[in-house]
Design a protein around this ligand. Sequence first.
Ligand SMILES: Nc1ncnc2c1ncn2[C@@H]1O[C@H](COP(=O)(O)OP(=O)(O)O)[C@@H](O)[C@H]1O
Ligand SMILES: [Mg+2]
Length: 486
Amino acid sequence: MVHAHPGRRSRGGTAAVSHLDPQVFATYLERTRWFGGKGRAYDVTDVSTIGTLPGEPPLVVVHLVEVTYADGSDGGEAGVELYQVPLAFYEHPEQRLDHAFVGWWEDPDHGWVHAYDALHDREAMALWQRAFDDAAESPDGTMSSDGLVFHRLPGHDLDLDAQSSLFSGEQSNSSVRYGEDALMKVFRKVTPGRNPDISVHEVLTEAGSTHVAHLYGWLETVQDGEPVQLAMLQQFLRTATDGWELALASVRSLYADLDVHAHDSGGDFAGEASRLGEALREVHETLHEHFPAERRPASAARELADAMVGRLEAAAAVVPELAEHTGRLRGAYDAVAGLGDLDVQQVHGDLHLGQTLRTSIGWKIVDFEGEPAKPLAERQLPDSPWRDVAGMLRSFDYAPRVVQRSLGIEDGPDAELLEQRAQEWAERNKNHFLTAYAGGGLSAEQQTLLDAYVADKAVYETVYETRNRPSWVGIPLQAVAKIGAP
Ligand SMILES: Nc1ncnc2c1ncn2[C@@H]1O[C@H](COP(=O)(O)OP(=O)(O)O)[C@@H](O)[C@H]1O
Ligand SMILES: [Mg+2]
């Protein structure tokens, strides 16, 4: 247990290995893909152990690493983050795990210890799998061990022979697959409270939804009476292909022969777009049934419009090109302010084609954590389903433009024809998606709300692109230019 901050109390649990140097964690965080604080000044201000996995060897201890940012407001919530780092300890160096080496220490009780990020270690990952299996044996589906509580849902026997491997594309979390049997998503940045990814998957699984991977279980610990959810175990979708990759492939096939219109192209995506729209409608309907939903009074629509205007003003300060569009954007938001009642419910919150998977039996939607940048309390709140729809529409708009840029053909001799095909592809798939989602045309109110959410998202994208890929800002600006245009 480290008390880098004098006077700070440890979070409890058994400290199996003591004297972990916070600097070692700081160095390790910098090397990972999932640490969100790169580029900001910070200190590792606490390292606590929250539990030891049952069934060693190897000894695996789940650590929470507290990061405090220099630019955070007086150590307020935004200035402090907790990251989950499970470590596997070995007496001797394990060369097979060199790439996941975190540090080594001389420990008074254990002698030399070599610590590795446990997610890379098959031996270590088998401990989670066995603990989840044990939980299924108990009558209430839970198993507690040293502060860690494993929960299981009935209906699936884990394959204990399946070997683990870490997904290579890890971003803000780390996902480990167990053969073709199960996938465990280990949340890296953790916050006390219920993670919507787990609660939504639980509800949709229990409701028999065919549009999500079944939830098998989850792992949590309890601190100060509140759950801190650490990991989620779910069905591994063996036949899945990423929806975003499929969309890009469809666009590439369209661009291979520019004489052919999108609707005649062999790689046409419209049927998939329709099925995706149906999938989202069904998911929204089930979420509406099982989570609190409400019809908010007219003041809520005005607040929503105000928030959108606020984001527009902040964005305009960063993206000068927005200036010529602010009049029409405000018009779109004003229309929302005049809407009256506003229906809200549990939604996805961060939906785009990259959160969809096409399996042999249909579309699945993944990752119900909500927008990663928002605090958990906000991500748990009901929201308008049109936010999700808008996210998908923006994704359909991006796909053809991303292919143009990745092929380096956006300024070539066929630029005009290419742009025509890009628009055809985007419009065609947006229309199919939307018609299937809404079961026909949209009412005027629905269209007003959708336009505003699309505008809000595109404005956000202009800021993102200006900061990260300035030469791409034309993509969302093109969308912004269409808002409210005749
Ligand atoms: N049940 C699953 N089966 C197979 N692959 C999955 C499953 N769930 C997610 N994936 C893959 O893992 C990627 C990341 O999953 P996601 O839940 O979106 O995590 P993150 O929070 O890291 O974005 C997805 O884009 C998808 O390709
Ligand atoms: Mg995701």
